[in-house]
Structures are given as structure tokens and as C-alpha cells.
Design a protein around this ligand. Structure first.
Ligand code: T3D
Length: 268
């Protein structure tokens, strides 16, 4: 699929793919084309075994301003969840986008280059790690236009920053600056804007050279552990370890340790 609103770049030989939202004139707000193309690009990255770490970022000064408020179809007469309704928009487009990131068994890093608002904030929250430019902000913009947080924000935000802060951000719509995001654990690191992509690529390359099969299983286990009791989480860890322990990367890791050398993981 040739894309109009998404740029794809593969770093040669290191297993890192970068997906860039590319509607800078609209702060990378989601029109229908961008939603469709991003879902397709995410699914392609999930399928492609040569991609061992995915980076998501935005072109220009914003990460993503959420739903394109100038491009949306009139949903006023679409009550009841039918085609064109808000619920259909979420179920058909935004929810698959979020689920594809959360279920992709490889690390996904958001390089948050600027403002992340509404569903654009949710997109950043859905990624596994957030490397954040010092001028970037996170805005639960929904309340400003009379909507509720969506695209996973009600699930992901309280788990990242705690219920009290999540509720405050959701009901005020106040921007959270990069430094505060770091303090709250929402940002994994904050760097000057001109260092964002190199810092992110260094981290992405490191992860892509790691035992990515085990990282994928770790993601699966942690996703599930958010929803179950300790006993069930312990049991699932045992299952995941059975898979990881039978992988070529485990054999390589142990051999490298014995031979006192750096391991060469392949993601298998
Ligand atoms: O509908 C459904 O399917 C349900 C799903 C909803 C999911 C959602 O995401 S709802 C939330 C939608 N997003 C917003 O409400 C955010 C709206 N934007 C803003 O609040 C501000 O633009 C920002 C805080 C993001 C950035 O502010 P600032 O001052 O840095 O920039 P600006 O001047 O407001 O925007 C620059 C341009 O981008 C401007 O265009 P112009 O005047 O230069 O031609 C502005 O209209 C445009 N822009 C920004 N956000 C959006 C947008 N255009 C369309 N849709 C946007 N969301």
C-alpha cells in the first residue's frame, strides 16, 4: 500500500522501522486516510519479522492532535452506533490502532516530538516507551470539546500515572509538560528536541538487537497481568518462560555468558 499521510523508514540492517505521521499542516490530526494508513502500517510492522522494534513519531512541530475536527463527517444524525457514529469511528478505526500496538509482540517506542492531544495522546500512551522532546506536551483534550477520553486513555492513563492524576488530566484538559510527564513516569526520558530522533534510534537499535522474542513475551505477560490476580500472573509467567527458555536466543544468551562474549540475538 502506498501511503499519502504516513512515512515509513527502515534503518538498514538494524531491525528498526520508523512510522511518521505526516500531516504537519494539521498537527498530524487523524483524518480518515491517516487512520487507515496508520492501521495498515502498524499491522505490516507487526507481521514483518525483520522489524524488531517500531518507532512512531510525528512530522513537524506536533506528535498528533487527535481526531481531525475539520475533517469529520457530521455524526449528529448517527445515533445508535450505526455507520458514521462516534462508537463506529472508535470501534472501526481507533480501537484497532491501539490494539495493534498493544498486541504487537515487539517493542513500540513513541518519539513524542511535540504536542500529543486527544487520540494523539492515547496513541503515545499505547506505545511501550515514550521518549519525549523537552517542549512536548500531553493533553487530554477531549473534555475541551465535550467528549470523554477514548482510544484507550481511560485504561492506560490511570495505569501510567495513577487514578488521581489521570482523572485530573482528563477533567481539566490541562497540558502536562514533558518534565512533569517524566516525574509521573509517563515519559521514559526527556531530551532536547534536536536530540529526540538520535536518542530514540539509539534505544530502538539496542532493543532491536536484544532477544526480541522474549521482549514480545514480556509485553504479552505484562498486558495480561494488568487484568488478573497474582496467582494467574505467576502461572502465565511460567508459560511464557517455557516458550522463551526453548528459544534460540536463550541458548545464545547462555552460550555467550559461558564464553564471556557479547550475545548475538536474532529475535527467535
Ligand atoms: O470523532 C471521533 O471519531 C471520536 C474520536 C475522538 C478522538 C479525539 O481525538 S477528540 C480530540 C480532538 N483533538 C482536539 O480537540 C485538539 C484540538 N487542537 C488543539 O487543542 C490545539 O490545536 C493543540 C493544543 C493541539 C495545539 O495548539 P497550538 O496553539 O500549538 O496550535 P493551533 O494554532 O491550535 O493549531 C495549528 C493548526 O493545526 C491550526 O490550523 P490553521 O488555523 O493554522 O489552519 C489548527 O486548526 C490545526 N489543528 C490543530 N488541531 C487540530 C487541527 N485541525 C484539525 N483537527 C485538529 N484536531
Amino acid at each position: 500500500m502506498a501511503y499519502e499521510t504516513v512515512l515509513i523508514e527502515d534503518a538498514q540492517g538494524v531491525g528498526v522501522r520508523t512510522v511518521t505521521l505526516n500531516r504537519p499542516q494539521a498537527l498530524n490530526a487523524f483524518n480518515e486516510t491517516l487512520k487507515d494508513e496508520l492501521i495498515d502500517a502498524l499491522k505490516a510492522a507487526a507481521r514483518d519479522k525483520s522489524v524488531r522494534c517500531l518507532v512512531v513519531t510525528g512530522a513537524g512541530r506536533a506528535f498528533c492532535a487527535g481526531q481531525d475536527l475539520k475533517d469529520r463527517t457530521d455524526r449528529s444524525d448517527q445515533a445508535g452506533g450505526g455507520p458514521g457514529s462516534f462508537s463506529a469511528s472508535l470501534r472501526d478505526k481507533y480501537n484497532p490502532m491501539i490494539m495493534t500496538i498493544r498486541t504487537m509482540e515487539k517493542p513500540v517506542i513513541a518519539a513524542v516530538n511535540g504536542v500529543a492531544a486527544g487520540a494523539g495522546c492515547s496513541l503515545a500512551l499505547a506505545c511501550d516507551l515514550r521518549v519525549v522532546a523537552d517542549k512536548a506536551t500531553f493533553i487530554q483534550a477531549f473534555v475541551k470539546i465535550g467528549l470523554v477520553p477514548d482510544s484507550g486513555a481511560t485504561f492506560l492513563l490511570p495505569r501510567l500515572v495513577g487514578m488521581g492524576k489521570a482523572f485530573e488530566l482528563a477533567v481539566t484538559g490541562d497540558p502536562l509538560d514533558a518534565g512533569s510527564a517524566l516525574d509521573l513516569g509517563l515519559a521514559n526520558s526527556v531530551v532536547p528536541g534536536d536530540a529526540l530522533l538520535t536518542t530514540t534510534m539509539d534505544l530502538a537499535t539496542r532493543l532491536a538487537q536484544a532477544p526480541t522474542r522474549a521482549i514480545g513475551l514480556t509485553k504479552r505477560a505484562m498486558n495480561r497481568a494488568l487484568l488478573v490476580d497474582l496467582e494467574s500472573a505467576l502461572d502465565y509467567e511460567a508459560d511464557m518462560q517455557e516458550i522463551a527458555g526453548r528459544s534460540p536466543d536463550f541458548a545464545e544468551g547462555v552460550n555467550a555468558f559461558m564464553e564471556k562474549r557479547q550475545p548475538r540475538f536474532t529475535g527467535q
